[in-house]
Design a protein around this ligand. Structure first.
Ligand code: SAM
Length: 657
């Protein structure tokens, strides 16, 4: 996927904005807002079509200034009986800078509050899928900053309604081709509608060829005609069958009514479990969170402070995409939580990854060639890095202004403060079984719980409940150490990353480490690990390390890492079914001849976050909740596959092992 070239809007003598590269205007010169209402809302029979629905999915080709989105949001605010969850997926190859977008929307003061709420969360202009939660979580905006063709290949959703708003077909044929319309068809629900300002013959023909029934309608203003369409043809399946979506568990959006509320049990009260509980609770689920310890966040999430930072690679690949999207989501989520819960122990102080060795220096050089936005990453030399850090530094590095440190325990405490979440600490789950379409969750010394859905999020013990599913894990022991702040180190303002990390003073102490010890199942504190942390710090940051007096243990835990370092997020496969249904994979039988996957109904996993769960678990919880509720996924197809719990099972079948 290519990085972004932002929009370069120009303005004519009448103040109307156009794109010089496409030689076209963004809107009707007559009245942009009225055009938006007429063409896209009325053309799609909105708001009538979303009334009475739990979830409604609109997808727009060409987000531009966001005008169509703000007009839709305003209409949704007036006419949704407070029940519809609106998913708005917007594709844009050349997004606007935030300032330009706001200046444009200032023409409509009644739309400004929506624009301001969006801009508060507007991502840096970085290619990828950005999930924003607006209107108190009732509107999910997925901004796909990428070319339309890639976006339509990546989006996983069942779309109810399309806004086709590319520049005119003659100026921008790529947005209207038959191939593109086939991709729209593959993402359309039966009965999906579509509207566009153009009536060009080529658009009508391409839509028809893709299975849409096309109608002409009077165009806006001086335009003679425009097109609307309905999709009633059979949908082509585009997901790999072994990664197909689970059946939707409906009745989820009961935020305002207790009746029919679905119940989920989440096993494990670390970050993965608390994020899952919150994501489901915000979608109206009643959640019981079972944690065997007396308090939340005691094991892998028990560190005093962890770092929030993405992981960049010299060449962009799925690993980097995963981390950067999750990182930006985490930052937005933390800002939202901090507004609500002032006691969240989070410092968005910035994170600096140092060029402490050859590999980091060449990565830094490769990143510097990629023209990434400053709001996301700044590539600093040693002097600049020292100025940002507040202490002299021997190396330059990659600075992430939205990074920082966070207390995992504080995050967990805040996440579970929701009326739909019941926290059951001191509750060890001993067994789960399926009985009459429900899960029975037996707990030691406590009442058995029944649930529609069970999410296994108990770190090192997941295999106990995930049965035979092939979920390889490597346990890795990680210990962090701490030392009292000194007159010199008090100046440190950002987190520093080398092989490990060092935080600024957190409650009078710096946290540093962590060790990375394979084959070491013992999580008790060790003086040797503290020594290792101290040596590592002395090796990379000797001037800071020599300041520290006595080093003490901070925390030790066993973290579960996976062979490919991606967590497992999603449904648990029915292994026997996979072994027989996909046995021919090793003979190269083509994808279209296989049946869809079968999963253990209502059983999900959220695990394998290694030492990066603080950064990645929020977006992964949104993915899990989307899979459970049948919503559009917040990740593209490639990353959905990459996180799928069946991936190693399928690999084994292919290799005939
Ligand atoms: N709906 C927008 C609004 O409410 O302001 C106006 C959209 S404007 C007519 C067309 C948009 O399509 C532009 O923002 C342009 O950058 C975008 N675009 C053009 N070619 C594209 C492509 N290949 N992939 C994705 N977006 C593209």
């Amino acid at each position: 996927m290519q990085e972004i070239t932002p929009a370069k809007p120009g303005q004519d003598d009448d103040g109307k904005i156009y794109a010089a590269d496409f030689k076209d205007y963004y809107h009707s010169k007559l009245n942009a807002e009225a055009e938006s209402r007429y063409v896209f809302l009325q053309g799609n029979r909105l708001p009538e079509r979303w009334m009475g629905r739990e979830n409604f999915v609109i997808a727009e080709l060409g987000f531009g200034t966001g005008l169509n989105f703000f007009v839709t949001w305003q209409e949704w605010q007036k006419n949704n009986q407070n029940s519809v969850c609106l998913h708005y997926i917007a594709i844009e190859k050349h997004p606007f800078q935030a300032e330009d977008l706001r200046v444009f929307i200032e023409q409509w003061p009644e739309l400004l509050p929506y624009a301001d709420e969006l801009l508060e969360q507007y991502p840096p202009l970085l290619a990828g899928m950005h999930r924003l939660e607006l209107a108190g979580g009732r509107i999910a905006l997925t901004l796909c900053f990428m070319d339309v063709s890639t976006a339509l290949d990546e989006i996983v959703a069942q779309v109810d309604c399309w806004y086709l708003d590319g520049f005119a077909p003659a100026a921008n044929p790529d947005m209207w081709s038959e191939q593109l319309m086939l991709k729209l068809a593959a993402l359309s629900q039966s009965g999906a509608t579509l509207a566009t300002f153009t009536a060009a013959g080529v658009v009508r023909r391409n839509l028809q060829a893709a299975g849409f029934t096309v109608m002409k309608r009077k165009g806006f203003g001086r335009k003679r005609e425009m097109l609307t369409a309905v999709f009633n043809a059979a949908q082509v399946k585009t997901l790999q069958p072994w990664f197909s979506l689970p059946g939707r568990i409906s009745g989820t959006n009961t935020v305002n009514s207790e009746a029919g509320q679905r119940h989920a049990v989440v096993i494990g009260g670390g970050i993965a479990g608390c994020q899952t509980a919150r994501a489901l609770a915000e979608r109206g689920w009643r959640v019981s969170l079972a944690e065997r310890h007396a308090k939340l966040a005691q094991e892998a999430s028990g560190n005093r402070a962890g770092v929030i930072s993405p992981k960049m690679t010299a060449e962009p690949g799925w690993g980097e995409w995963f981390y950067r999207q999750a990182f930006l989501f985490a930052h937005r989520q933390l800002r939202r939580l901090k507004r609500e819960y002032d006691d969240l122990d989070w410092s968005p102080c910035g994170a600096l990854q140092l060029n402490h060795n050859e590999r980091e220096s060449s990565r830094w050089q490769a990143l510097a060639m990629r023209n990434l936005p400053d709001a996301f990453i700044q590539l600093l030399d040693a002097e600049q890095a020292g100025a940002v850090a507040g202490v002299p530094l021997p190396f330059g590095g990659s600075y992430f202004p939205a990074g920082g440190w966070l207390s995992p325990q504080s995050l967990c405490d805040v996440l579970v403060r929701h009326k739909n979440i019941e926290v059951l600490t001191g509750t060890a789950v001993s067994e789960i079984s399926r009985d009459n379409q429900q899960w029975r969750v037996s707990c030691e010394g406590a009442e058995t719980l029944t649930a529609d859905v069970v999410v296994i999020a108990n770190g090192r013990d997941v295999v106990r409940f995930a049965g035979e599913a092939m979920l390889p894990f490597t346990p890795v022991r990680g210990q962090t150490s701490s030392a009292a702040v000194t007159p010199v180190t008090v100046g440190l303002k950002v987190t520093l990353g080398h092989e490990g990390y060092l935080t600024p003073a957190v409650g009078g102490r710096h946290i540093f480490g962590a060790t990375f010890e394979r084959d070491s199942p013992d999580a008790s504190l060790s003086a040797q690990s503290d020594q290792q942390n101290r040596q590592q710090l002395a090796l990379h940051l000797p001037e800071l390390a020599e300041q520290f007096g006595q080093v003490e243990s901070s925390h030790a835990a066993i973290r579960m890492t996976t062979p490919d370092r991606f967590p497992y997020v999603g449904c648990i496969p029915d292994v026997d079914y996979y072994l027989s249904a996909y046995a021919d994979l090793r003979h190269g039988k083509l994808q279209q001849f296989y049946p869809e996957a079968a999963y253990i109904p209502g059983l999900y996993i959220m695990a394998g976050f290694g030492s990066r769960g603080l950064t990645t678990s929020g977006l992964c919880a949104a993915l899990l909740a989307a899979l459970i509720g049948g919503e559009p996924l917040p990740f593209g197809k490639s990353l959905y596959y990459q996180l799928h719990p069946s991936r190693f099972l399928i690999r084994r079948i292919r290799q005939n092992r």
